[in-house]
Design a binder for this molecule. Structure first.
Ligand code: 5GP
Length: 193
């Protein structure tokens, strides 16, 4: 097991409905030393890529993205969620369905902060069905930029997102891939990587 898998086993909580709660270290209370290790690992896995920007989605991707960005020495842009469709032409827009909140959001990024010269590493905390990632990929595409890679903390390997994104040809690196979990025993099984 790697450092993140060990932490999930130690502090993650399996909830009904295939939800893994990691809010004591990943997406509510945040363990910055852990994020730092994640940044180091993503830097190693994407060492050959000319990354000049990190893109994530609010809210829980932001903390991880910021610490990862220190390892790449690049800025972070986060897509903002908005309910109102007040598109003034100054923003890129994508529709994202939330797995945890079961609702649809538009996410937007200002055209000022993403363009054709950008070589982007997309970072997020979770990958489930891949909706959030597809929204972010669409926004980078609208900007004429390049997605150089995608770094995820926890992928739920039994949901379709990982397969869809890898089939699209992206280098997708997930630090922990959960193959299954049991809400009764609290057990979590990981894919061998
Ligand atoms: P997707 O768009 O890939 O279906 O879901 C990704 C988003 O849903 C992530 O940004 C994350 O916030 C949330 N999410 C999906 N599954 C889980 C889960 O098991 N636990 C937590 N905490 N968040 C999840």
């Amino acid at each position: 097991m790697n450092f993140l898998e060990e932490r999930i086993v130690k502090d993650g909580v399996v909830k009904e409905g295939n939800i893994l709660k990691v809010d004591s270290f990943l997406n509510h209370q945040m363990d910055i030393n852990l994020f730092d290790q994640m940044g180091e690992e993503f830097k190693r896995r994407f060492a050959d890529k000319p990354i000049n920007k990190i893109v994530t989605i609010e809210a829980s991707g932001i903390g991880i993205a910021c610490i990862v960005a220190r390892h790449f020495g690049v800025p972070v842009v986060f897509a903002k969620k908005t309910q109102s469709v007040n598109i003034d032409g100054e923003v890129y827009v994508a529709e994202v369905e939330s797995f945890t909140h079961k609702c649809k959001n538009q996410v937007i990024v200002s055209k000022k902060f993403l363009g054709p010269d950008d070589h982007v590493l997309v970072i997020d905390d979770f990958l489930a069905n891949g909706c959030a990632l597809q929204g972010l990929i669409s926004i980078v595409a609208q900007a004429g930029g390049t997605v150089e890679g995608i770094g995820i903390a926890v992928e739920k390997g039994f949901q379709q997102g990982g397969r869809i994104i890898r089939n699209l040809g992206y280098q997708l690196e997930s630090l922990a891939i959960v193959e299954g979990m049991d809400a009764e025993t609290g057990e979590v099984h990981f894919r061998e990587q």
